[in-house]
Write a protein that binds this ligand. Structure first.
Ligand SMILES: Nc1ncnc2c1ncn2[C@@H]1O[C@H](COP(=O)(O)OP(=O)(O)O)[C@@H](O)[C@H]1O
Ligand SMILES: [Mg+2]
Length: 399
């Protein structure tokens, strides 16, 4: 029996763990302790921090695993790269994994290989930042290079020392590095793409539209496919995904790509070396009528990949359920609808559970995924169903 190690046991790794079990693999879930739903489905649970590269490697060697993977999280990627390199397993290389985990290295690599990306500088201090700003067009965006989930990111609208100080303080509160980047802010429409590269071959690239919740920063709370782009922009997006994979030397991994579109010009924001969260794996599965989690596992084991149906792509849409206040769930009413276009409607919590007012992705309380003959049909049905879902929360704690 082959042994597969899955890093993370949260809501976005649960389907991967379940799939591994279904495929008859001995499944080892690795995560810090906590109330993570994936623990219940794995054959074995190891309480190791997935960002502790040496600890994960020692564990992988001890367990003599045959493959290692994750989905929906960036923090575990360097450990995956290290294990693949050291144990000779199929999967991303350590070098590529580090590249995908550091925004300044990634940007440098993009620039060197002609990937379209916003102009930027690396700065170490307030003075350097002030100087570089003369060479950039406003607004600009200050970023920590080693974080994700919009942490350490702040827009600065003018060359104002107070704004710059605030942005640098924000970076310093989260980064482990002594430098950061300042890049031009692209005023456009954000969209994304899911892709998979295995044995040097890009298997698919699926651009998708994003629904964004605007709080402290933008947080994706849903997606839809297909994403209607002019033909030349579509082709250019695919070309950019290919270029970035070559530039970063990504192989044997999924890709989660963030783009901004401004006047028919696409800019690559960043590439994650893993499949996206927020239902994106399920969306790929529906769109291409394939089994994406299985493909991620096959990639990690160096096996032949399942087939993809490019001929009859199925439009679909997803959204997260968000709590409007922090408190205890009193009741969840879900309408009884028998409709096979509803691929999933599920909640992460039950009455009696404590939930948080939505601010960031992990605050989600549930999800809905709907397919249709057309995207319009899917969106219409999703909205109708969501209107009839009633979640009652008794307010408690922070507001
Ligand atoms: N150059 C930019 N122009 C406009 N918006 C940006 C730019 N860079 C980042 N953003 C905004 O900040 C968000 C997070 O930035 P990103 O570089 O993707 O970091 P993270 O790893 O936190 O997702 C993006 O999704 C986008 O909304
Ligand atoms: Mg991002």
């Amino acid at each position: 029996m082959k042994k597969l190690m899955i890093l993370g046991a949260g809501i976005y790794q649960v389907p991967l763990i379940k799939k591994a079990k279904e495929l008859g693999l001995y499944t080892i879930a690795v995560s810090i302790k906590g109330n993570y739903p994936g623990f219940a489905f794995a054959d074995e649970v190891c309480y190791v921090d997935t960002t502790d590269i040496d600890a994960v490697l020692a564990l992988a060697k001890e367990k003599q695993i045959d493959g290692i993977c994750t989905s929906g999280t960036d923090v575990a990627i360097p450990a995956i790269g290290k294990v693949c390199d050291e144990m000779g397993l199929p999967g991303i290389s350590y070098q590529a994994a580090l590249m995908a985990s550091n925004k300044s290295d990634m940007k440098r690599c993009f620039m060197e290989h002609g990937v379209s990306t916003a102009k930027y500088f690396i700065a170490h201090s307030e003075n350097e930042a002030m100087d570089f700003m003369d060479q950039l067009e406003f607004p600009v965006i200050f970023k920590a290079v080693d974080t994700s989930g919009s942490r350490g990111i702040m827009r600065v609208n003018e060359k104002d020392v107070d704004q710059v100080r605030k942005a640098i303080e924000n970076i310093k509160s989260v980064t482990k590095k002594d430098f950061f980047i300042i890049e031009e802010f692209i005023e456009g429409v954000e969209f994304g793409a899911q892709a998979l590269i295995a044995k040097g071959e890009l298997k698919f690239v699926m651009p998708h539209g994003d629904y964004v919740f605007v709080g402290d920063t933008g947080v994706p709370v849903g997606h839809y496919v297909p994403y209607d782009l002019p033909e030349d922009v579509f082709k250019e997006s695919i070309r950019q995904v290919k270029l970035s994979a070559q530039a970063m030397q990504l192989d044997n991994c999924a890709m989660n790509v963030d783009f901004i579109l401004k006047e028919d010009q696409v800019y690559m924001l960043e590439v994650g070396a893993r499949a996206g969260a927020t239902c994106l794996c399920e969306m790929v599965e529906i769109y291409y009528q394939t089994d994406f989690y299985k493909m991620i596992i096959q990639t990690a084991l160096g096996e032949e990949l399942s087939s993809i149906n490019f001929d009859h792509c199925v439009p679909n849409v997803c959204k997260l359920f968000l709590a409007e206040k922090t408190g205890i769930i009193e009741q969840i009413e879900i309408p009884k609808i028998e409709d096979d276009r509803i691929f999933d409607l599920s909640f992460d919590y039950q009455p009696g559970d404590h939930v948080k007012k939505f601010r960031i992705g992990p605050d989600r309380i549930g999800q809905i995924i709907v397919k249709g003959k057309t995207l319009e049909e899917a969106v219409e049905l999703m909205e109708a169903v969501m209107k009839d879902v009633k979640v009652t929360i008794r307010e408690q704690g922070e507001h």
